[in-house]
Design a protein around this ligand. Structure first.
Ligand code: F0G
Length: 465
């Protein structure tokens, strides 16, 4: 019998209480947080979809590993297990442990970056761009055009536009391109996958021009699911083999273990080239810790080694991708405008289409984020003009290209009934969406304003939805 129901392929041994707040309470919390959910306290939230990063539930095996963690300063057994797990998966001989993904980015991109250098990616994640620009280099995004059209179906919307890559190589000269970074899946581009054919083409171009090719591989297991199910020729391969084939095309990877290694903290940089690894290792020891722990405890490394195995379990990956698609499909059926098809770790709602009467200057994404919290206690993140908007010389907002809201799904944390509750909250919001007004920013920091900016509803009607 072929079942339609996706069951969670795990039983629950430990639970965390969720406090079921009332709408009146949430109205007060939201007001106190100046309408910025980043400023809410976690016990004020019912379903937390702010990020899939560091929010995974660990398995009994991982918790057992935590007890086995070897906390020796140098050469710990837990480090040996993590190093072996990373080498086996990636095929890269030199592994540098870091406390999270951006530390790995900092080590590598400040070594190879600097003034005049160019980085090209399908889309740089914000910490990636920040590390590159911090070094004085320039980051250029070259996603395929289909990747920028929310409602257009394409199996691999995360692909890099190789024509644009070639044009940039021509324009800047191969010697000035510090690296090409393929982010799999493409987080900032909607969590969309990258095909093996695209990775191979990028690899060939990089080899031909002598350019370093790096994978930002923190969601590579999820990407492997899409390759197996959407790209001809991969039906018989295991998810792990598919990931290994992709690693084999590149010269190294940066990896935030907070995603597909199913842990709450950790990361690594892995490289093929000894010389580059040694340069990065020197900085690692100065900034993170000795090269056999790099800012991690032994127990963290143990849990990473186990998580990197568990994530490739076909039952887990199937449940993971299908349950994200379940949320996307239900929202689509309701008439909620979303990026389609859904990516691996999140569903992105098109807030501009959800609230067409709210102009970008009044932040439709923020209105949706606040509405979801007020109605259902759901916390999520605006990825639009609050996050990426800039001002021109006259102080007018230059809006972001899209006004999205990201519902990121923590791994192994929520059940189908939690997700059904999210869908029901959306149906409540759809009822009186024409009455909802936008927001105005009352204070903001100079950088990364979405984390700490404060807002005010433009008309008090928001207070009564
Ligand atoms: N690269 C990608 C593609 C990411 O999604 C992230 C983090 C990082 C690098 C940085 O890793 O957080 O361990 O330092 N993404 C999180 C998110 C923060 O919510 O999407 P980190």
């Amino acid at each position: 019998m072929k079942f339609k129901t996706i069951i969670e392929p795990f039983r629950i041994k430990t639970v965390e209480r969720i406090r079921l707040t009332t709408e009146e309470e949430r109205r007060e919390y939201l007001h106190a947080a100046s309408y910025n959910p980043f400023l809410l306290k976690s016990d004020q939230v019912i379903i937390d979809l702010l990020t899939d990063s560091g929010t995974s539930a660990m398995s009994a095996e991982q918790w057992a590993g935590i007890m086995r963690g070897d906390e020796s300063y140098a050469g710990a057994a837990s480090w040996q297990r993590m190093e072996a797990a990373v080498r086996d998966l990636t095929g890269y001989p030199y592994v540098l442990p870091t406390h999270q993904g951006r530390a790995a980015e900092h080590l590598l991109y400040t070594r190879i970056g600097g003034k005049g250098k160019i980085f090209i990616s399908n889309t740089h994640f914000d910490t990636t761009r920040a590390n590159i620009e911090f070094s004085g280099a320039t980051a250029i995004d070259c996603p395929i055009p289909e990747g920028r059209q929310p409602d257009l179906f394409h199996p691999f919307k995360g692909n890099l536009d190789t024509q644009q890559l070639l044009e940039n190589i021509e324009k800047y000269g191969a010697g000035n391109i510090a690296a090409v970074i393929l982010t799999v899946t493409n987080n900032s581009g909607g969590g969309q996958p990258v095909s093996m054919a695209n990775a191979r083409e990028v690899s060939d171009i990089c080899k031909k021009h002598g350019i370093l090719f790096i994978l930002d591989a923190c969601r590579i297991a999820e990407n492997a699911w899409f390759v197996r199910h959407r790209e001809p020729g991969y039906e018989e391969k295991t998810y792990r083999q598919i990931a290994q084939e992709m690693f084999a095309l590149a010269d190294g990877c940066v990896f935030s273990a907070k995603k597909d290694a199913l842990v709450n903290i950790g990361g690594f940089l892995a490289l093929r080239d000894l010389d580059l690894a040694l340069q990065c290792r020197t900085v690692l020891i100065v900034t993170e810790g000795f090269s056999t722990y790099g800012g991690l405890s032994g127990r963290d490394m143990e849990a990473i080694a186990i998580g990197l195995e568990e994530v490739f379990d076909p039952d887990y990956l199937h449940y993971r991708i299908k349950s994200t698609a379940y949320l996307a499909d239900k929202l689509h059926e309701l008439g909620v405008p979303i990026m389609r098809p859904a990516g691996g770790h999140a569903v992105y709602v098109d807030a501009k289409a959800f609230y067409p009467h709210i102009p970008p200057e009044e932040y439709p994404g923020q209105a949706l984020v606040c509405g979801l919290y007020l109605k259902g206690g759901i916390r999520c993140c605006e990825i639009g003009s609050v996050m990426f908007g800039k001002y021109d010389e006259t102080g007018r907002l230059i809006p972001a290209a899209m006004e999205l809201v990201r519902l990121a799904i923590p791994r192994r944390v929520y059940t189908q009934s939690h997700i059904d509750y999210v869908v029901e909250t959306f149906s409540g919001l759809l009822e009186n969406r024409q009455d909802v007004a936008g927001f105005r920013i009352t204070s903001e920091p100079p950088f990364l304003r979405h984390f700490t900016a404060r807002f005010e509803p433009l008309i008090p009607v928001f207070e009564t939805i």
